[in-house]
Ligand binder design. Sequence first.
Ligand code: GDP
Ligand code: MG
Length: 441
Amino acid sequence: TLSDRLSRLVKTMRGQARITEGNVQDMLREVRMALLEADVALPVVRDFIARVKDKALGQEVAGSLNPGQTLVGIVHKELAATMGEGVADLNLAVQPPAVILMAGLQGAGKTTTTAKLAKHLIERRKKKVLTVSADVYRPAAIEQLKTVTKQAGAEWFPSTPTDKPRDIALAALDHARRHYFDVLLVDTAGRLAIDEALMAEIRDLHAAIHPVETLFVVDAMQGQDAINTARAFKEALPLTGIVLTKLDGDSRGGAALSVRQVAGAPIKFAGVSEKIDGLEVFDAERHAGRVLGMGDIVALVEEVQKGVDLKEAQKLADKVKAGGFDLNDFLSQISQMKKMGGLAGLMDKLPSQMTAKAKGADMDKAERDVRRMEGIINSMTALERRKPELLKASRKRRIAAGAGVHVQEVNRLLNQFEQMQGVMKKMKGGGLMKMMKRMGG
Ligand code: GDP
Ligand code: MG
């Protein structure tokens, strides 16, 4: 995987103080390959690599990082920035009803997404939502919207297939106004390909209803073709947002980068299943990791930096699954954490959403606890560490005395150990993060 290849390259760059043409060539080549494999369009890749190189060259390498690690960090940040920073929710800041127009090719997921958005708006933003289909070409499409709207718990406005799309939408808008709907979602006809007549129709529709949001719905599996579609829709309509659908498929979602650049609008949502609740607010940071084909590139940087052995973590996880996680393993987890520079130092380096919960905890206290736990486990015999169930009252007293703590502390450690066993059983490997969250609070 890219992650393996990058971490190998990162290792070869140890001891170099600066990012230079020479030492980033190989890294950039790998990143370029990864992006192309993820279906990012070539011009977008070229642009991206140029920007990364620009930012990276000559950059001082911070603290204990080496050029490779610094570069990986730059790549990740730039990738997330390219796909949009922060969260871009729907803009409803208009005199209600706020009109949302759905645009995109046939099969992109417009009708499904209309219902998903209706549900999102009802549940998350407490809105009263009406949907209408301007798809006059296929009666089945109108029925489909009716069905999914019901599932979403929203209301549906019937369309007369003999009317013009703009008249249908205007009738729905009038109804929405008179019945105090907050939002009107307008689903539109499918276009199998870019078709001038249909583009003219949706432009006309747009002009009639003045949507506050015009969402371009695009299938992430479309790969390279998505860029042409995005360009055509961008030329026809002032897009305000993108919904990337079918991200639950095999695609690595590279389309996100291309489409965002070409459409010039933020990606607001991601479709992640056929079901009505299969919609997520788009998270650029997380998506950057997916496009690069690595779970969490920032965590990777940290791991390489501090020499935590992923194979060890995996071995440990396997052991837990087999039921063999003992206090020795617990101790080695604890010392691995110390190697990573302590809890506080580590938390600062991780992406915020990952540690939001853990950050609330008192880090100094957490570190003191860790040291004390080490002391306690070190006071146990080898047999006791392997078989914690042996630890009855008299042994606990001896251990407490040895470690200079109260017996309650030994009990507390054993409780934490048991909790940990539970956590470890649930995770598939490399679950250091989860463990730290548990310890942090
Ligand atoms: P439209 O022609 O643009 O209105 O597309 P539809 O909403 O009818 O969706 C076309 C197909 O894609 C349907 O079978 C949907 O169930 C499916 N679909 C839509 N969004 C998603 C998604 O996020 N994930 C998956 N797996 N399927 C989706
Ligand atoms: Mg449809």
